[in-house]
Structures are given as C-alpha cells and as structure tokens.
Design a protein around this ligand. Sequence first.
Ligand code: NAP
Ligand code: G4F
Length: 320
Amino acid sequence: MAKKRALITGITGQDGSYLAEYLLEQGYDVIGMIRRSSTVNFERIHHIQDKVTLVAGDLLDEVSMIHLLREHRPSEVYNLAAQSFVQTSFSQPVFTGEVTGLGVTRILDAVRVVDPGIRFYQASSSEMFGKVQAVPQTETTPFYPRSPYGVAKLYGHWITVNYRESYDMYACSGILFNHESPRRGLEFVTRKITNAVARIKLGKDKELRLGNLDAKRDWGYAKDYVRAMHLMLQQDTADDYVVSTGETYSVRRFCEIAFGHVGLNYQDYVVIDERFYRPAEVDLLVGDPAKAATKLGWKPEVSFEQLVTMMVDSDLQANK
Ligand code: NAP
Ligand code: G4F
C-alpha cells in the first residue's frame, strides 16, 4: 500500500514538532511547511530533520501553498500555523487577523483548487469560548471570544465549517484547550513559570513577574493532543471536536506545584506585574471531552501534576 502523506503547517512550533514525530511513527511521509526567516528556527525538529521534507510557504501567500500542494500531493493537511500568542494579538490585531484568521481561508482555498479530496484539520482554540457561556464548554457552547486572537480563530473555525458544507470537503475543526510541554514557547505562562522555577532554583534568577494568577485553564499535554488531531482525519465523516482534560486549575495552583516540586514557596518569588494583564481576560476554561472520547476513542494520558513536574524537570536539565 502507498505511504500516506501529510502536510503540516507550523511544523517548527510546539504541536507541529510532536505531530510530525507521531505521523512518522504511523508510517507517513511528512512534509513540513516553513516560512522564510533570517535565522534557522528548527530547535524543535532538528532530531527529525532528516526524516521530514521541509518546503517553503507562508499562510500569507496562497500561491506558495497552491504550488507546494501541487508538487507534494498530500492526502492530509494539518493547519497548525498561526500567530498563536494571545497577548501579542492585542498589539498586532491586524497581523493576527491576516495570519490566524484569513490564513485559514488561503490554505483551505488552496486545498479546494488543487484537490478538494485532501482531508483538512484546522487548529481551533478554546479561546473562542472566551467569556464562557456554559461550564464545561462543549462543541455546542456559544462562542464569545475576548481577544483579537480568539476572534481570528473563530473566523478560522467558521470558514472551515463553511468549506465543508459548501464544497463537501473533509474539513475538521479541533477545538483544543491549552496544551503544554517542555517544548512550549517561553512566553506562555506555563513554560514561563517552569523555566523561572529552574533558574531560581539554580541561583540564576531571583523573582518571577506574572499577571493574573486567578485565571483558570484546562491544561493538557501536547503529545496527547496531537493524537486527537490525527484521529479526527481518520473517521468516516468530518466533524468538530473539543479536546480537553475536563479539569481546570488556576495559574496560582500551577505556580504552587511548580515551585513546590523543587522545595520552594511561590509566594517568596512571584511578583505581580501589571504589564502582563490583558485588556480583556478569559477567566475560566474547562472543556468537556466526551465527544472525542466516545467518537474518536481519545483520552489524555498525562495528568496535570505530571505535566507540571515534567516541565520543571526538563527546564532544570536545560538550565544547568
Ligand atoms: P506555536 O508553537 O506558536 O507554533 C506556531 C507555528 O506557526 C510556528 O511553526 C510558526 O513558524 C508558524 N507560523 C506562524 N506564522 C506563520 C505564517 N505566516 N506562515 C507559516 N507559518 C507560520 O503554536 P502551537 O502551540 O504549536 O499551536 C499550534 C496551533 O494550535 C496554532 O494554530 C495555535 O493557535 C493552535 N492552538 C494551540 C493551543 C495550545 O495550547 N498550544 C490550543 C489551541 C489551539 P515560526 O517557527 O517560523 O514562527
Ligand atoms: O499561557 P497563556 O499566554 O495562554 P492562553 O492565553 O490561554 O492561550 C494559549 O491557549 C489557547 C487555548 O485556550 C491557545 F489557543 C493559544 O494559542 C495559546 O496557546 O496565558 C494563560 C493565562 C492567561 O489567563 C493569562 O492572563 O495565564 C495568564 N497569565 C498570568 N500571568 C499570564 C501571565 N500569561 C502569560 N503569557 N504571561 C504571564 O506573565
């Protein structure tokens, strides 16, 4: 049987790197779309660089994606590329809309033009629930985004649904709640905390400046979540799924566990800094993963506490 071939946009990101590893394990040919930059940015994929094919393209440029789809003919496309940092979306709302919102139309349309039979995954986000209208959030909970990022993701979600319904394309929107790992970008709160814990423990830093400690998130492990992306594209019909753990914890609780893991008390080191507050906050996210469990047979394998301690241990190692 011919090998399956998948294109991943955002392969240099946290999820892209785990998804590429997972698809290679499943026997796929993996094509990774990378955008041009003046410095090489392959930290997360250097260990698999010789096993994947990297091709140039950009979500801002539809023609580049038409060319690479024509040349490489994937049977599955995972659209993970985005301006993914919520705080930046407040200072760069138009850019975020171009990449994270309109970028989805560009790649969907490239798929439609080249081969509408290609299966498509869109990386949607629990940020679309924003000011939550129900607890826990399900696939039918009304959306109420609270940032330009959330608004752009909502556009990406609906254009995915629209292309599915208009052109009979197999297009899925995975509504993923926060997922973290040792490969998480340093600007996101979890990695910011675990990296600081390691540096403080090793005597390299003295304090950690954070914003809202009372925000609550449903945090899972990124490696668990990429399995759900793949499962969504293996079904008889395309659909949308919430992917989450069903548990929620505050940023404060994350700090408690992370500092506690190395024998420190977070209250001795965390300093509240107004600069890290957002113009509008998402106070509480907690997803109901029942549909993903029933229809995809998916469940997370790493607990919240295991996730926090895994990230602290990894940062201790990296900062030595
Ligand atoms: P990430 O680490 O920030 O990675 C984003 C990726 O997108 C990077 O590879 C980046 O390339 C690429 N990219 C950005 N702009 C691009 C453009 N114009 N053209 C092509 N590539 C571009 O994000 P992540 O955490 O892996 O998340 C993956 C996706 O899931 C994102 O769409 C994110 O919004 C969404 N999501 C994430 C979570 C989460 O908790 N992690 C939850 C829900 C949804 P460079 O390396 O060149 O910057
Ligand atoms: O780690 P965060 O920046 O993640 P956020 O905003 O929840 O977004 C992440 O998850 C989304 C899924 O829900 C993704 F779609 C998105 O791409 C991204 O991966 O912030 C988490 C919480 C926020 O409430 C924030 O206000 O932590 C709070 N926080 C408190 N102090 C902080 C800080 N966040 C950051 N980044 N830095 C702080 O110093």
